[in-house]
Write a protein that binds this ligand. Structure first.
Ligand SMILES: NC(=O)N[C@H]1NC(=O)NC1=O
Ligand SMILES: [Zn+2]
Length: 452
């Protein structure tokens, strides 16, 4: 007799990497130990998932939970709970907008202590690359960062300056040696800064002025430049939140030439259009901005054919007061981490017939593969028992009360969804069930496997 099961999930339809099939799942010590048509033994806990689909819990590779230091914007506690409510089991927290930013070991450790105390999800931590911390990359790598984030433009946060060309080039040289990826927020600073200045001087501060200042060319030029540095240095490059189909095309072309490159997009670029932003006002402000419907349709095409590697939320809230300004001057950032998986199910699977295996790849397995996170993101024996149990045909309208964010605002409020997360499990432990968070902490640090 083997060890008895801690958890058995019966009768669910399981979304495996290559097929969708009814199966039972057995869990011991937080890991999947058996997958079969029927597990005869009982577990200490048994979940009957009849009528439900079991996805790998989502990994959100890009969130800003703002601990420590900007906890009036968002917190790891609230953010991780919101993620769990949307079927997420893991997040990678950005080095900003926390204050101090994660630019060295000391501040990595400060954030780590808070995440261990407050996160219900497992988590990876990003390090930052700025012109001021080229000498700190090794120590951050030793800490176990999942990768490094940089901005080619103003980041919105004074303590996190954008990179100049020298920093991009030298930083990538160093990260190649450290075998860690660089993710870049790509927008051309010269054009965006100049147009923003001119617009502000003329008191033109509306939504259309913002779109002009952040026109597609600003993203496209910056992506091209970063690809050039990556091609030369051999550094693994990830383009952050690509908003334009042309941007994705550049990534695909580079990949075909042998550049080690991938890209993420964000739920809001797939679901909202520029017209929605005009309606929503500053609630829908982000950078790069949400583009037009023709571009969005092309983005879906690129998602279907595998050109986009993974989908994140770029959950980036602020103090609500910073949104109560003229469009140009308001905070750029959208709250959305509770809605990514439901949005992809609604607009991808139900509306466009995106296969469930692809949904799982885009929300869970691809991101873990890109970052060399072992044992996460797939329903497979030996992997962590991280699941999102979903009632796939259940329809609901998202109301603000059901949000776990510190500030209960999101452009997704009032939107119809089809596909409701009913339970989220991380390493065999239920952290969210039927609208309620069922854990107070328990998340652990995830670090990449690094070849020496
Ligand atoms: N600093 C920060 O969170 N910026 C994010 N907000 C946004 O809309 N795009 C970003 O990169
Ligand atoms: Zn971001």
């Amino acid at each position: 007799m083997g060890k008895s099961m801690d958890l058995v999930i019966r009768n669910g339809v399981v979304v495996f990497p290559d097929r969708v099939e009814k199966a039972d799942i057995g869990v011991i010590d937080g890991k999947i130990v058996e997958i079969s048509q029927e597990i005869s033994q009982d577990g200490k806990e048994v979940i009957d998932a009849a009528g439900k689909h079991i996805f790998p819990a989502a990994t959100d590779g890009h969130v800003h939970f703002d601990d420590p230091g900007r906890t009036e914007w968002e917190t790891i506690k609230n953010g991780s709970q919101a993620l769990a409510a949307g079927g997420g089991g893991v997040f990678f927290d950005m080095p900003l907008n926390s204050s101090p930013c994660t630019l060295d070991r000391v501040n990595f450790e400060k954030k780590l202590a808070i995440a261990k105390r407050d996160s219900v999800c497992d988590f990876g931590l990003w390090g930052g690359l700025c012109p001021t911390n080229l000498d700190k990359l090794e120590e951050l790598a030793e800490c176990g960062v999942v990768g490094f984030k940089a901005f080619s433009c103003f980041s919105g946060i004074d303590e996190f300056p954008g990179i100049d060309d020298y920093t991009a080039y030298k930083g990538m040289e160093k990260l190649k040696k450290l075998n860690l990826p660089l993710m870049v927020h790509c927008e051309n600073d010269g054009i965006t800064g100049k147009v923003t200045g001119l617009k502000n001087a003329q008191n033109k501060t509306g939504v259309k002025d913002y779109f002009e200042a952040h026109a597609p060319i600003t993203e496209i030029e910056s992506i091209s430049r970063m690809i050039t540095f990556a091609e030369e240095t051999g550094c693994k490059l990830i383009i952050a939140h690509v908003s334009t189909a042309k941007g994705v095309e550049l990534v695909t072309e580079a990949r075909k030439r042998g550049v080690d490159i991938s890209c993420e997009t964000i739920g809001h670029y797939l679901i909202l259009t520029d017209e929605d932003v005009e309606r929503l006002g500053t609630l829908g402000k982000c950078s790069p901005p949400i583009r037009d419907a023709a571009n969005q349709q092309k983005m879906w095409g690129k998602l279907f054919n595998g050109e986009i590697t993974f989908i994140s939320s770029d959950h980036s809230p602020s103090d609500p007061k910073l949104k109560e300004k003229e469009f140009m001057k308001a905070w750029g950032g959208i709250s959305g981490c509770q809605s990514t998986l439901p949005a992809v199910l609604t607009h991808g699977y139900h509306d466009r017939k995106l296969m469930l295996t692809k949904v799982a790849a885009l929300t869970a397995s691809n991101v873990n593969e890109v970052f060399h996170i072992e044992g996460k993101g797939k329903i497979q024996t030996g992997f962590d028992a991280d699941f999102a149990i979903v009632d796939l045909d259940k329809e609901y309208v998202l109301d603000a009360d059901s949000l776990f964010y510190l500030h209960k605002v999101s452009p997704y409020v009032g939107m119809k969804f089809k596909g409701q997360v009913t339970q989220t499990i991380v390493r065999g432990r239920t952290i969210f069930q039927d609208g309620k968070i069922t854990a107070v902490s328990g998340g652990k640090l995830i670090t990449p496997a690094r070849m020496s």
